[in-house]
Design a protein around this ligand. Sequence first.
Ligand SMILES: [Zn+2]
Length: 110
Amino acid sequence: MIEEIDYQRILSHVRKKLGPLSDKCWLTTYGLSIDGYAKITVEGKQIPLQRAVYEYIKGPIPEGLHIHHICHVPACCNPNHLEAVSPQENNHLKRSKVFWVQLSLFREIK
Ligand SMILES: [Zn+2]
């Protein structure tokens, strides 16, 4: 679980940009890897940034669930755009075309 100081550090690396949803995506450059996802180190362990933010804002992630970006933007960490889904559901959602469209959009603006 991240602390307030970690959350503030994450927010200081966020650019709010209009995405596919009505409220803006929070695009982070913090710990961003080549696949478009971001990671943060907590207590010596690297965890996906979206999991860290989800847990900090919304509480513990139920066992075995993945965090899905409703906006399909991997680098987004707006808690309103994150939902906990089963791995099967997450894979299914990731394979949808819109995910790849959003990923290419993000690469263009980076
Ligand atoms: Zn988003």
